[in-house]
Write a protein that binds this ligand. Sequence first.
Ligand code: NAP
Length: 436
Amino acid sequence: MPHIAIIGSGPAGYYTAEAAQNKWGEDAHIDVFDRLPVPYGLIRAGVAPDHQSIKAVSRRYEKTALTDTVRFIGNISVGTDVSIGELHELYDALILATGAPNDRPLDLPGADCDNVIGSAAMVGWYNGHPEFAELDPDLSGRNAVVIGMGNVALDVARILSKGPTEFEGSDIVAHALAALADSSIETVTILGRRGPHQIMMTPKELGELMHLEQAIPKVDKRDLPPEDDDAILEPGLRKSVNQLRSFAAIPESIHGEKLRAIEFDFFASPKAIVGSDGVATAVEVERTRIEAGRAIGTGENYTIPADLVVSCIGYRTSPIDGVPYDARAGKFANSDGRILPGLYCVGWARRGPSGTIGTNKPDGYDVIDRVVEDIGSASRKQGGAGFDTLAAERNLEVVRFSDWKKIEDAELAAARDGAPREKFVDIERMIAATKD
Ligand code: NAP
């Protein structure tokens, strides 16, 4: 049976492991690597902490992880601790499921000002990703601007707008809960360079804005196209636009009752971050009009006050030495998941950052079909035993799934009242919990 290494233990990684297991049954040899000592990637560190029902999919991944055919190899950074070439020598197929953890850069003058943050950092901060736990965004100003009109922008706007009691039942980390409880933000402006018909937000997520305790969404009726024009939209987008219409119909009296507003600013393309002493104070935007779906600048500029700017404009896969990379698209160069003989990619690393968690399932099954076509079912490689020797020679501290369960137990035990867990946000503490 072939030896398979999957790099990345998020949804794409575990759906691929599940597919490999279905294909080869109990004889499969599947190692799932992660640079963190904890599994589940985007489920743990990307999905919003107040979306616990989405996070519950990790139980399915755990079922796969707990079988004898699949090993979790955590705390190992491929490209640093072990190279792609070395893993290639050991495994019949290497499948990169590394996601797209880096922000698409906000290429604007002033984007290097303090308090201009990418969504990877912001989301990582409130979700307790060790890389971003120290971010400490300054929430002492009244105005936040969120750039982009996708679901990540919605997540960020919603989290910035919630009061402490609205996080009950979530696993938002303590440092973010405390900072948000102290936040002075009153207005969150969501900035879209195109119009209501071009949003990437989904209806269910938009609908949540109607049920916030402290905040209310605001859409200017004049930005909405005539209702008849919605007929040409695909049904999901039509529902989303309907949500915007219901936001526009909220009476002014209700706005007055709320502490915070989430304002949608359409046809507004960001041109520069205005700063004072290197700290953001406003976003300069150019009014646009839409021609054939594209935003065309009108030459009319204005500024929006901004004490905090979060850019939610998409993500890019991290390049790995020795792996062909498509810099324009921000993902590995591949043809239907094939990169080079024996080297594959799946999920966001293959197709870019789009789709739901579930989109990764067919992706995982597809890539395993390709592996079978290419290498069949025989193996002459050493597989995991070879990796174990190499890890021992290098003194690498490998975290196994049973170790992760100890970390998880400690996180569950540390949970505040009503919360499912208190995530550990630094790697030393995670590793220490594996020794208990
Ligand atoms: P996205 O859906 O691709 O949205 C990106 C947004 O950024 C678009 O509105 C885009 O506008 C805008 N944008 C891009 N470049 C820009 C620029 N230079 N200036 C101004 N605006 C710019 O990406 P995402 O929000 O990061 O989401 C990634 C994926 O994760 C999506 O599939 C999303 O649905 C999914 N997700 C799902 C959930 C959920 O289901 N609850 C939660 C979070 C994320 P244009 O359209 O004009 O380019």
